[in-house]
Design a protein around this ligand. Sequence first.
Ligand code: AMP
Length: 176
Amino acid sequence: MIILMGVAGAGKSMQGRLLADEKGYSWISTGEILRVLVTGKRRQEMLEGKLLSDDEIIRLIDKILELIDVHEEFMLDGFPRTTRQAEWLIEQAKKGRFNITGVFHLAATEEVVLERLKKRGRVDDTDTAIRKRFDEYHQVTLPIIDHFKAENIPVFDINGDQDARIVHDQILKNLP
Ligand code: AMP
């Protein structure tokens, strides 16, 4: 399992797609899946940039992992995003459900990311929702990286400001 991490606009989904096509890996993006599934008030919360509950997301990932062959390489994009989600994932790996190959952390500057999100123009790319996702990322998601390091899971920091093809090549170079 390869974990793609990075703030909104850092290029996780772009890299997920490129790797899926080139290497034939499954690309599991919780954001994409939730945008298909979630309705009503929770959809509204998503559009405001709020995270959905850990219980709900963990239940969802648990089911999705039953649909694929976890012994083949696959990517997670957008999960884990909180300490509780990361702890669940590490626990599942320790139980032998799958192997965590490594974490690719796409570190991008706010300036570059804002420009990309403006161009992308997704419904949740409003100024307030972007700000909320940035804050959440720094306060809640980034600390997860230390968890992975403490568990001796390889973490690769990649400059996400670079052109997507360069980022892609750097990911490929670090894949086993
Ligand atoms: P993304 O496409 O990764 O930017 O995700 C879009 C939205 O989906 C987020 O702003 C959250 O509301 C929700 N979401 C995606 N992944 C998670 C997760 N792991 N935990 C909680 N909420 C999530």
